[in-house]
Ligand binder design. Sequence first.
Ligand code: FES
Length: 141
Amino acid sequence: MLYSKKVMDHFTNPRNVGTIEDADGIGEVGNAKCGDIMKIYLKIEDNIITDAKFNTFGCGSAIASSSMATELIKGKPIPEALQLTNKAVAEALDGLPAHKIHCSVLAEEAIKEAIKDYYNKNNITYNHTIFPDGTSCGHCL
Ligand code: FES
């Protein structure tokens, strides 16, 4: 079988779909090749991710990855969420086919973007090298 049971489960019954009205951080990323888009909303209190929701306009693997990724970061401190790799998301789904690994990359990137958005909105200094696009927070030159 091409997809694991977990992928099928998270695709047909995705967790945390939707938006958070008063989100503390929002991250939107797209894959230029396939055109899929993923948007992640985070609620953050005392450095802990208390809620996470997503909207994904994309393939089944991208939806399953967003569902799993939001489940993995809920209740976690920000530094832990920042360490979530696409590999960990794919492993938690019991694997993705090789040509679908890039779909899980969207989830990792969207979470990082949402945390960066939270840092920027709250004027929190951060080490810009932890984010893939390497953009500066404005505090570090
Ligand atoms: Fe585009 Fe999966 S094919 S994210």
